[in-house]
Design a binder for this molecule. Structure first.
Ligand SMILES: [Zn+2]
Length: 217
C-alpha cells in the first residue's frame, strides 16, 4: 500500500494530474474473520458503512485490503489473472492501485455533483449544489449502467474480462484503465519510468470513446 502511494505521489508531482491523488479517508489491512458481509480480498466502499467487527462505520471512499501473508503467492495470482486476460495488469501493485482508482472515480463524481449521503465528513468535503441529482444518486445509476456487446469486445481486448462484468461497470472500466496506464509506466520494483498518461496514445480509438463516456458521467 505504501509503495502504491509513493508511486502515485511521484506521478502527481510529475504530471500535476488529480488522477494521482486519490480520495481515501481511511485505508485498512484486515483479517478476514473481522469482515462484515464482504467476500472480496480488496475493495473500496461506495458509501459509508460498517465494515469491520467492533469498529465504527468507515467513510465512503475508504479502501480495504486483506493482510498479505505471502507476497510470492499474492504476486503470482496477479500475474496469472493478467496472463488469463482477466485483469489489465500483472504488476504486483495492480490490485492496490485498482482500489485507489475506485476512490479517484468516487471523488470525481462527488466533486461534480456533491455527495448527498449520510456521512458528515464527506458532506463537508463535497456539499451538494442545487442540482436535482446528488453524487450518491449518480452512484446508484451507475450500478447497472453497462456497455454494449460491441463495446465489451473492445473492453475485453484492452483491459481483460473483469471490466466487462455488468455490475458497477463504469467504476471497473475506470479503475482497470488507470491501473493499466499507471502499472505499465512503473518498473518491476515500482519506480515510475514514464508518464502514464502517454499510454492513452497507445489505446485504440474505439476504446477512447468508451473512456470518454466513463469520464463524462
Ligand atoms: Zn474494482
Amino acid at each position: 500500500m505504501e509503495q502504491a502511494f509513493k508511486a502515485l505521489d511521484y506521478l502527481k508531482q510529475q504530471t500535476c494530474s488529480a488522477l494521482f491523488s486519490p480520495f481515501v479517508p481511511r485505508i485498512r489491512a484486515f483479517d478476514k474473520e473481522n469482515l462484515i458481509n464482504v467476500e472480496s480480498d480488496n475493495f473500496c466502499i461506495p458509501e459509508t458503512r460498517l465494515v469491520l467487527k467492533n469498529e465504527l462505520p468507515f467513510e465512503t471512499g475508504s479502501v480495504f485490503q486483506k493482510k498479505i501473508l505471502n507476497l510470492a503467492n499474492w504476486d503470482s495470482k496477479i500475474e496469472t489473472d493478467f496472463l488469463k486476460n482477466k485483469r489489465s495488469s500483472g504488476h504486483f501493485l495492480a490490485e492496490t492501485i485498482h482500489e485507489l482508482m475506485h476512490s479517484v472515480y468516487i471523488k470525481l463524481i462527488y466533486t461534480k455533483y456533491g455527495y448527498g449521503g449520510k456521512c458528515p465528513y464527506t458532506n463537508s468535503l463535497y456539499p451538494c449544489s442545487n442540482s436535482n441529482k446528488s453524487g450518491l444518486d449518480v452512484m446508484y445509476e451507475l450500478q447497472n449502467k453497462n456497455f454494449s456487446k460491441e463495446e465489451n469486445l473492445t473492453i475485453n481486448y484492452v483491459l481483460g474480462n473483469y471490466a466487462t462484468k455488468p455490475r458497477n461497470q463504469y467504476h471497473e472500466v475506470f479503475a482497470e484503465t488507470f491501473t493499466k496506464l499507471i502499472c505499465d509506466s512503473l518498473s518491476d520494483d515500482a519506480m515510475p519510468k514514464a508518464n502514464p498518461l502517454d499510454g492513452l496514445k497507445r489505446l485504440p480509438p474505439e476504446f477512447l470513446k468508451i473512456l470518454y463516456k466513463v469520464l463524462n458521467i
